[in-house]
Ligand binder design. Structure first.
Ligand code: SF4
Length: 460
């Protein structure tokens, strides 16, 4: 069965079977249910973890509910980000405009919650009725003396990447407003890590052991005041490049801060990221590389024997992955190799041409690469490739379970830290538990009948 719609054929590539020419970053096909999130959702996931800001969704209640606690991003202090405030626009507001309701919401919420800043998200309907959100925010900023920042994220105006861009522009409205006093020469900002299961604390721990100062966790366990002074850091570490590379570029252009791309997932990428930081600051601190090597050695001595145990069961199994940004996919492909597993389907919502080219370079021949997939395509690929475990997010979980395939949540809703060396071990344990679960003996993969079941699926 060919589950790929004709209009989407150029967004799927089978490595080695055809010339590599992936099309990506184009609007989702009208009428086909996309796994991809909207512009508003894209901006919300980037800004949401700023924990002492008030996040107000200007739109119908459905937009706010859709993104309520979307990252589950953990905070070491305030929890204001986990509320999902909305102006709850109704038919009457669509006809007469929602500006008064927005102003009234700000007047009610700001004194009650005393946030350090407010982000006001424009949704589809606000773009349609043409509310002047900028003007309402400007006046509220004058009234309350805190930043009230409009986020131009009308859901229909592009794809999730446009939401990332809107979020980066909103973030830049904060930068440069704080004092850079106390920021040393070995200092970094962490961009594109969302602290989903407290992972930013693992990464900060490594950096601090190396002697690196972290000025701002821009997108995870974030604080307004840290972001306001993040222009004082000497280096930006960009993990989720789709979400925050634009912000890093703006910091480079305006403040001359260079950036490096990093990944905290998997063994090589975690170690490489720490070494990249050590090399960057080598001139200021020549002993930094040795300290980093010692840290990596200690972690690996602990990790590798544990992985070897799990690998015994997983060797030869097949994995599929569908992630938000394709940069994460590189690390996952490598992580599966450590477990003796092959990645046979690799897809993302927002990959760029360069990222897909890089993926094609590290994946095995026969791997299906897919951009902006829909559930039917994914299900067909999983069946075709006889996948044992599917790694994805909340929208991919039911696809896996309906087909009788193990699933590992690697997205917003995960509760287990998967970054760092300890995260690699947690990931391996998750994959092992899901793939090897005895539930697949009584609920086997679609199209496969274990020998102990008869034709009707009853035990013989
Ligand atoms: S902004 Fe538009 S596309 Fe996004 S959730 Fe709201 S209505 Fe849906």
């Amino acid at each position: 069965m060919n589950a790929v719609l004709e209009e989407r054929a150029s967004q799927v590539c089978r490595l080695g079977e055809e010339p590599f020419a992936m099309v990506c970053n184009r609007p989702s096909l009208a009428g086909a249910v996309s796994q991809r999130a909207c512009v508003f959702c894209g901006s919300r996931v980037v800004l949401y973890p700023i924990a002492d800001a008030l996040h107000l969704v200007h739109g119908p209640i459905g937009c706010a509910v859709y993104t309520w606690d979307i990252r589950g991003a953990l905070s070491s202090g305030p929890q204001l980000h986990r509320m999902s405030f909305s102006t709850d626009l109704k038919e009457k507001d669509v006809i007469f405009g929602g500006e008064n309701k927005l102003a009234a919401s700000l007047d009610e919420l700001i004194p009650q919650y005393t946030p350090k800043a407010v982000f006001v998200y424009s949704t589809c309907i606000v773009g349609l009725i043409g509310d002047d959100v900028d003007a309402v925010c400007r006046k509220a900023e004058e009234r309350f003396g805190i930043p009230v920042i409009p986020v131009h994220s009308e859901g229909f105006k592009g794809n999730k990447r446009a939401g990332y861009s809107a979020a980066c522009q909103a973030l830049m409205r904060l930068v440069g407003k704080g004092s850079t006093e106390g920021i040393g020469p070995l200092s970094v900002n962490i961009l594109g890590d969302f602290n989903l299961a407290g992972e930013i604390w693992i990464v900060r721990g490594y950096l601090e052991k190396m002697g690196i100062q972290v000025v701002a966790n821009v997108t995870g366990d974030g604080r307004v005041e840290d972001i306001q002074r993040c222009h004082g850091a000497r280096l930006n570490l960009v993990q989720c490049s789709g979400a925050t590379m634009e912000f890093a570029r703006m910091l480079q252009e305006r403040y001359g801060i260079p950036c490096i791309r990093v990944s905290y997932l998997g063994i090589e990428d975690m170690a490489d990221s720490l070494y990249k930081v050590a090399d960057f600051f080598a001139a200021q601190d020549p002993s930094l590389r040795e300290r980093t090597a010692q840290l990596v050695r200690t972690e690996l001595e602990w990790l590798l024997p544990r992985l070897a145990e799990l690998r015994r069961d997983l060797e030869g199994k097949r994995a599929a992955l569908y992630v938000g940004g394709s940069f994460k996919a590189f690390s996952l492909v490598k992580a599966f190799r450590h477990l003796g597993m092959q990645s046979v389907v690799v897809g993302s919502q927002t990959g760029t041409t360069e990222e897909y080219e890089e993926l094609a370079g590290i994946c095995d021949p026969g791997t299906i690469l897919v951009d902006d997939a829909n559930p039917l395509e994914l299900a067909a690929f999983l069946e075709e490739k006889k996948v044992d475990v599917f790694v994805g997010g909340v929208k991919e979980r039911p696809i896996a379970y309906k087909l009788g395939i193990g699933f590992c949540d690697h997205n917003h809703e995960r509760k287990i830290a998967l970054e760092g060396f300890v995260g690699m071990y947690n990931f391996a344990k998750e994959v092992h538990a899901s793939t090897m679960s005895s539930v697949w003996k009584i609920m086997p993969r679609k199209g496969y009948k274990p020998p102990f079941l008869d034709k009707e699926g009853c035990h013989v």
